[in-house]
Write a protein that binds this ligand. Structure first.
Ligand code: OFO
Length: 177
């Protein structure tokens, strides 16, 4: 059994709520894309929403393994409207940066407390955030290259769909599927 300090329990509970918010944030974004007829982007965000839920569940399991009852959080309303796909991806990037920061703060707490189990557990999240930020940066770069001409939305959507398939393939490979 893993011993979690009261501060660590609180911090992991906070992280549960950030991951839950991220999952709903992406879900809302998926259906904004659906409303804009951006099917490729919708698929990208549905998958991302599922991933965030998985991140949240991993934290539940970690708490449970430690003999602590996780607190299921109230989830704040995420944005449901954007002025453009460019703005949407900018907000996604900011959202990911804030989660990265909270993971780093959590890791810092684990280091300060000499909590080696939690440090080890969190390394997976550190890697995951780095990969997610890299994917979002790639998409933002492609959006810039495509520009804002007449059919740009069509090409952006196709590009995001392609990147989504690459992410799915990379994840399957990691799992050895
Ligand atoms: Fe949970 O990975 Fe991003 O936010």
């Amino acid at each position: 059994m893993i011993d979690l300090s009261p501060q660590m329990q609180q911090a992991i509970n906070n992280q549960i709520s950030y991951e839950g918010y991220a999952s709903n944030f992406y879900l809302a974004l998926a259906y904004w894309c659906d409303d804009q007829a951006l099917e490729g982007c919708k698929k990208f965000f549905i998958r991302q929403s599922d991933e965030e839920r998985f991140h949240m569940l991993k934290l539940y399991e970690y708490m449970s393994e430690s003999g602590v009852l996780p607190i299921t959080p109230a989830i704040a309303q995420p944005p449901i409207n954007y002025t453009s796909i460019q703005e949407a991806f900018q907000k996604v990037f900011e959202q990911e940066r804030s989660v990265t920061l909270s993971i780093h703060n959590l890791l810092k707490l684990a280091q300060d407390e000499n909590d080696y189990n939690t440090q080890h557990f969190l390394q997976w999240y550190v890697d995951e955030q780095r990969e997610e930020e890299a994917v979002i940066r790639t998409i933002m770069d492609r959006i810039k290259v495509i520009g804002e001409g007449g059919q740009s939305l069509y090409y952006i959507d196709k590009e995001v769909e392609k990147i989504n398939l690459q992410v799915v393939a990379a994840e399957a490979m990691e799992k050895g599927e």
